[in-house]
Design a protein around this ligand. Structure first.
Ligand code: ADP
Ligand code: MG
Length: 605
């Protein structure tokens, strides 16, 4: 006889595969059990992407000893009594299968104690069999630990992916769970490092701020729902300014349950039509509320796939909500940009003026790096330059004290602004030559020198609402010893928890600049410079930070400037040290001598 009935245990191992494919599935089942148990705080600890161990601790209702002893057997559930209750079930679990499946393919310990009990119970289970029971002291709630996943199913163990991949799945699952339960305190620990710590918050937007990187969190807006919407929707989406190369930033929930559904992702992306190019995706967190009879969540044993009775209505409601949200956010942004443009004058003089201005005539092209074909002509002009030098130096001294009074007159004697080219270069006529000033490079240098040579603390603004920046725990650890560097440069940053920084004040110059970019760059430098001499490290990183602050705060290429703004910039430049190059080494000015122009027109040879 060839056909044999499998022993129940072997059959269970095979069945377990339906629910337990990978560590993230276990985390999901355990989290759902904790939520079903009414927990308000849940900690997940995993080792090696969950391949070595997974532990979930909650402060939920716990189990009485008799319940605990059978909870890991098949079809044991406290959540329904009969199939007729399936229609109305509100809990995540109801099949009574998860713990049984997990216990059949791993070594498990369950420690649990309900409220008002003095003692808890600890069960050790291996291969689905109860090996040991101890009465223990423990807090109210349940801790379930899983070791050696698939130790008895080598075929499945082989299919586990790299630690990074398995960890990635756990993170997605964790984010989904945290997003749909903002009232619960979630922690996720990986190999002794706290990856996420999310205390309870009011809603989706705050939860997003705890979970995602800064580019995403700065571009997220709450979903605006059109009044005509057929479906109850809520959530948040990223604005037009944000895009990513994968769909991993989209999370959908139906009646609180995380679901994966390709059509829902498409419906969101459709809302960005003509805004995001092909292959680029937004991020979105969308909650749908539907009467239970309009959805079938039962199509998949892991309850992830979902079918809608009216998929079209659901999709079009989502697309419409996304469109409305984007239009709304765009009009808000335009309003903001207009008010910014009308108040955006050049930086007010916030610093003491520099006294020891070198006696160079402004903007003459002397740097040997300018090896253009015109260089020969520069050397034809030495007499002019030397003659001009003492005069300018005297004026500089005057500017240092009486900045505003005769500024206009004094500048006019030396050069005149003849135009603005490509909204990037200020054109000057000076002693017969045409001078090009790169407005961004010039402003960058001015600001850099101000940062570097100030005698007083930087003028800063206290932010009404601190900017919250979310980083990975590793990055924050790396940054933390250097926060004083930010402080010295006017950025007051305070660590909150293990993954967040609150930016409470910034230099006045930087008040409209993306501080998170600076922080990301700083992290890059810290990583790059690690191991070098501490003094050198400090010096280099300070220089880089100041250069980057100057770069962020400086007017940009392409910004249109009024004549007054151009003149103010030029005036400041004449009084700046190292004015011939920007902090990154690019030239700030370039000179086209008259002789060269005349040669081009064959007036002279
Ligand atoms: P289901 O969740 O479908 O009921 P499970 O196998 O996941 O089935 O769990 C079986 C039972 O064990 C649950 O119905 C519940 O009574 C109990 N249980 C599991 N995990 C916990 C927990 N973290 N806290 C309290 N009770 C739990
Ligand atoms: Mg369950």
């Amino acid at each position: 006889m060839k056909i044999q009935k499998l022993s129940p245990h072997e059959a269970q191992k095979i069945a377990a595969g339906e629910v337990v494919e990978r560590p993230a599935n276990i985390v999901k089942e355990l989290l759902e059990n904790s939520l079903d148990a009414g927990a308000s705080a849940i900690t997940i600890t995993v080792e090696h992407g969950g391949k070595n161990s997974i532990t979930v601790t909650d402060n939920g209702c716990g189990m009485e000893q008799e319940d605990a002893r059978i909870c890991f057997e098949r079809h044991t559930t406290s959540k329904i009594r009969s199939v007729t209750e399936l229609e109305t079930v509100k809990t995540f679990g109801f099949r009574g299968e998860a713990l049984a499946s997990i216990c059949s393919v791993a070594q498990v310990t369950i420690t649990t104690k309900p409220k008002n009990f003095l003692e808890g119970i600890k069960l050790s289970i291996e291969g689905g069999k109860l090996r040991q029971v101890d009465v223990v002291g423990c807090p109210v709630g349940t801790t379930i630990s899983i070791h050696n996943l698939f130790y008895n199913v080598p075929a499945r163990k082989k299919f586990l992916k790299t630690t990074a991949t398995e960890w990635g799945h756990i993170v997605s699952l964790f984010k989904a769970c945290a997003l749909s339960n903002p009232q619960v305190h979630f922690r996720l620990v990986h190999d002794t490092t706290i990856a996420y710590n999310c205390p309870p918050v009011k809603g989706t937007i705050e939860r997003i701020a705890q979970l995602f990187d800064t580019p995403l969190t700065t571009h997220i807006v709450e979903l605006s729902i059109p009044e005509s919407s057929d479906i109850k929707l809520s959530g948040a989406v990223t604005t037009q300014q944000y895009a990513r190369y994968d769909r991993g930033g989209m999370f959908f929930f139906v009646n609180g349950r995380w679901v994966k559904n390709y059509q829902l992702g498409q419906a969101v992306t459709k809302g960005y039509l003509n805004v995001l190019s092909a292959g680029r995706y937004p991020a979105a967190v969308i909650h749908l509320e539907l009467a239970p009879h309009l959805v079938d969540i039962n199509v998949h044993p892991k309850k992830e796939e979902i079918q809608f009775l009216n998929p079209r209505t659901v999709q079009s409601s989502i697309t419409q909500a996304v469109k409305t949200t984007l239009e709304h956010s765009l009009s808000q942004q335009l309003k903001r940009t207009i008010s910014f443009a009308t108040t955006n004058t050049l930086v007010e003089p916030l610093f003491q003026e520099i006294e020891d201005v070198p006696s160079f005539p402004p903007f003459s092209l002397q740097s040997p790096s300018n090896t253009s074909e015109f260089q020969g002509f520069s050397s034809e002009l030495p007499v002019v330059k030397q003659a001009a030098a003492p005069k300018i130096a005297a004026q500089d001294k005057e500017f240092a004290t009486v900045i505003d009074q005769d500024k206009q007159e004094a500048l006019d004697q030396e050069y005149s602004v003849v135009g603005h080219y490509h909204n990037t270069y200020i054109l000057l006529e000076k002693q017969g030559s045409l001078l090009f000033i790169d407005q961004h490079a010039a402003h960058e240098r001015i600001l850099y020198e101000r940062f570097a040579n100030r005698f007083e603390p930087l003028a800063t603004v206290r932010l009404l609402f601190p900017i919250i920046i979310t980083l990975s725990a590793q990055h924050l650890k790396l940054l933390e010893p250097h926060l004083n560097l930010f402080e010295q440069n006017g950025i007051s940053a305070e660590q909150i928890g293990d993954t967040q920084l609150a930016i409470k004040a910034t230099p006045v110059f930087l008040k409209d600049c993306p501080i998170h970019d600076l922080i990301d760059q700083m992290l890059g430098w810290i990583e790059e410079l690690q191991g070098i001499d501490p003094e050198e490290f400090y010096k280099t990183i300070t220089e880089k930070l100041r250069a980057q602050m100057a770069c962020k705060a400086a007017i940009k290429a392409g910004d249109s400037l009024s004549k007054e703004a151009m003149e103010e910039l030029l005036h400041d430049l004449t009084k700046t040290k190292n004015r011939f190059s920007c902090p990154h080494g690019r030239p700030t000015s370039w000179e086209l001598p008259l002789l060269e122009v005349e040669r081009r027109f064959k007036r002279k040879t």
